[in-house]
Design a binder for this molecule. Structure first.
Ligand SMILES: [Zn+2]
Length: 392
């Protein structure tokens, strides 16, 4: 007799699906007791194989069972999903290939089986096979959201941005608000590639396309600013960077130093100081203190910068502000104050060591690098400067 503890984990997970299969099949076969009895015998045979870890024999029975009533196909999909989630892709493939091989497979279920098999191939890393299945679904159903999204996922993985744009265009026709920001990111990726090749014109073209698809694209504005800076057009770069405040102000700390560089090249110190003053009033929650203090120090002197930081600390005490204040101590001085400040600086740095610079707004993933595509939840543009309540 098989003990419960001997049942493999996947077997325990599969039981709800099997139970559902049993329930549906029983109801479907209620009319004919002979059929029901045969169905039950076969079913229990399959279940027994499954619990005894003889999945090949079990699957053979289950795939045959579905032919007696195609309405129970959903339970096969459920079983396939459990195998897939459990990493037993080969068994999921076996189920779905078995269904595809049945000449009696009703046409209305064909696309669903193709999609499931496509997910299996994706799970196994066989992108080319998955791609051809999703394309086949699109031949029957050009608007299939699942097929379109999974094709896009494949092209994103392969960094084939042209193909990703091509497929996403179909989604854009149906739902521009959802697909626009995606296509915009793909054009930004293309702009990055052009920049790496030194083709500024193509990069600018792609970045402008990105803005067309998503006027709120911070990434496109940064790219256009970089392109303008690389050709010495600091006025244009400044305008592109300043518009980011309207697009998504949370990104201002990312670009503030570039913006300051643009102003410096234009020799407009007064404008810059006034702009930073206003920006800080409008966006009081953003960590802009360090950059602002640096500008004050350059144009008004060290004393003015220290006064500015002290003033800020009085209004809102923060580790970030203390760290800035401590940085004004002279490191080469031998007096006690310098030693004390050095110790304080070390302590503040240690307290800040766990503070990541960026965090994903979707999944909470933290990093010290700005990712446009979150490595954890795969959302585009969701990683932003980390806004902490007390430390910044
Ligand atoms: Zn994320």
């Amino acid at each position: 007799m098989l003990e419960f503890s001997q049942i493999p984990v996947w077997g325990v997970l599969a039981l709800p699906a099997i139970a559902l299969l049993w329930y549906v099949s029983l109801r479907r076969n209620q009319r004919n007791s002979f059929d029901r009895s045969r169905f039950s015998t076969e079913y229990f045979k399959g279940l027994n194989y499954l619990l005894n870890d003889e999945q090949d024999k079990a699957l053979e029975i289950f795939v045959k069972l579905v032919e007696t009533d195609w309405n129970i196909i959903d339970t096969h999909f459920a079983l396939g999903k459990i195998f897939r989630k459990n990493g037993e892709i080969d068994k999921a493939i076996k189920i779905h290939q078995g269904l595809m091989a049945r000449p009696s497979l009703p046409e209305k279920y064909r696309d669903s089986v193709l999609l499931e098999l496509g997910y299996d191939y994706l799970g196994a890393g066989w992108f080319d096979r998955a791609e051809s299945l999703f394309k086949e679904v699109l031949v029957h159903d050009p608007g299939s959201d699942k097929a379109l999204r999974h094709l896009i996922m494949i092209y994103e993985q392969e960094k084939d941005w042209y193909k990703a744009i091509d497929v996403a265009e179909t989604l854009y026709g149906m739902d521009p608000e959802r697909a626009g920001p995606m296509i915009s990111q793909y054009f930004c990726e293309l702009a990055d590639v052009s920049m790496a090749k030194g083709d500024r014109n193509q990069a600018e073209h792609n970045a402008n396309k990105a803005l067309q698809y998503d006027p709120a694209s911070v990434r496109a504005s940064i790219l256009l600013a970089d392109i303008a800076m690389s050709s010495g057009d600091y006025g244009k770069a400044r305008d592109m960077l300043q518009q980011i405040e309207r697009q998504d102000a949370e990104f201002m700390p990312v670009i503030i130093d570039k913006l300051i560089t643009c102003h410096h090249h234009q020799n407009d110190a007064e404008d810059l100081l006034a702009y930073l003053d206003q920006l800080e009033k409008r966006q009081s929650g953003l960590p802009l203190l360090k950059s602002h203090a640096k500008v004050i120090e350059i144009h008004k002197g060290r004393k003015a910068a220290i006064d500015y930081v002290i003033e800020k600390l009085k209004k809102k005490p923060s580790l970030y502000g203390i760290q800035q204040l401590v940085s004004y101590s002279a490191p080469d001085s031998q007096d006690d104050t310098a030693v004390l400040m050095d110790g304080l600086k070390g302590a503040v740095e240690m307290m800040q060591v766990d503070q990541a610079a960026y965090q994903c707004k979707q999944c909470g993933f933290k990093a010290n690098t700005l990712y446009w595509l979150c490595p954890s939840c795969h959302s585009w543009g969701s990683v932003k400067p980390y806004a902490c309540e007390t430390a910044c």
